[in-house]
Design a protein around this ligand. Structure first.
Ligand SMILES: C[S@@+](CC[C@H](N)C(=O)[O-])C[C@H]1O[C@@H](n2cnc3c(N)ncnc32)[C@H](O)[C@@H]1O
Length: 291
């Protein structure tokens, strides 16, 4: 769990979580149609790229590999930022990493520097009231015309199913209630769109990608959600105990609930994964053509 200087992040930062993030990258990239950069951004015009809340840097490493084969008239620059360095990779040739809280101003060296600023999955780290300052800080990093791409999960959408299963809904609601009572967003993509607009980004688009019910995809989604719930359920139970004075002796233990979810998945319930990719541009000269 996070220390005081590492914000109020809900998830872990251990080796198991680093592996989960790396596997999740493959899932999210597949879900979003195979490319980690949204199709409206012409990648051959992108030279300086920042990834905020980078975690293990898996997204940035993928981009670095992708761009290696694309000819360029100037050197490319890659920088990953995170409030904690616990998950930064040991080996990272060609990529810079720095500790940085998204809610605090970035140093002068990074201002107006980037063609693309990317963020993914911060709904477990940012309170609703912090999105505004976060987007404002990210905009300072962008060159005029530069892109901000933010990929987020709509937790609330995840609780919806194509089939009836009241217990699945009740378990998912434990986390949903925890997010709401601790002031995190259970619908981050919607909040992002509003915030992009309020802060003056232009040409804002948002695309929602939903997982299929193909057997392979179903199995991956089940594993992904189950692993995320292993961290989210204990946190949500603790939160409701603290914030609502719920008596823990009346609650099923986190382990029991997580086991129960395993049984629900074994009975072939397929969770519906949805990732939203929200893109906006900083006003000014457009040097990156829009496809
Ligand atoms: C779910 S992980 C996602 C990591 C990465 N973006 C990915 O998609 O693999 C969220 C990351 O946000 C970072 N984080 C949490 N609060 C933050 C903050 N205030 N500023 C910057 N990073 C933060 C965490 O340390 C963690 O690495």
């Amino acid at each position: 769990m996070a220390t005081e200087t590492e914000g109020h992040y809900i998830l872990n930062r251990d080796a198991t979580e680093s592996t989960r993030l790396d596997e999740q990258h493959t899932l999210l990239t597949e879900l979003a149609g195979g490319s980690p950069i949204h199709s409206r951004i012409a990648i051959d015009n992108i030279h300086a790229i920042a990834d905020i809340a980078t975690g293990t840097g898996v997204w940035l490493k993928h981009i670095c590999t992708l761009l290696k084969d694309i000819p360029t008239d100037r050197p490319r620059y890659f920088h990953g930022f995170d409030i904690s360095d616990s998950q930064f990779p040991r080996e990272h040739a060609g990529i810079h990493f720095s500790v940085q809280d998204i809610t605090k101003p970035f140093s002068d060296a990074h201002l107006n520097r980037y063609d693309l600023v990317h963020v993914r999955l911060l709904f477990c780290g940012l309170k609703k009231s912090e999105y505004e300052i976060a987007v404002a800080n990210l905009m300072t990093l962008l060159k005029p015309g530069g892109f901000l791409q933010w990929d987020e999960i709509d937790y609330h959408a995840l609780t919806q199913l194509n089939q009836e299963n009241p217990r699945f809904f009740e378990i998912m609601k434990i986390v949903n209630d925890g997010l709401n009572s601790a002031q995190y967003s259970d619908s981050a993509p919607k909040l992002l769109k509003q915030t992009f607009k309020r802060k003056g980004l232009v040409k804002i688009t948002s695309h929602d990608y939903v997982s299929s019910e193909q057997p392979r995809s179903a199995e991956i989604m089940q594993k992904w959600l189950h692993n995320a719930l292993r961290m989210l359920i204990p946190w949500a139970l603790e939160t409701s105990e603290k914030e609502k004075g719920v008596d823990s002796t009346n609650q099923k233990s986190a382990n029991e609930i997580i086991k129960e979810m395993g049984t629900i998945f074994a009975a072939k319930l397929v969770p519906r994964g949805e990732v939203s990719v929200v893109v906006g541009q900083k006003k000014g000269q457009t040097f990156c053509s829009i496809l």
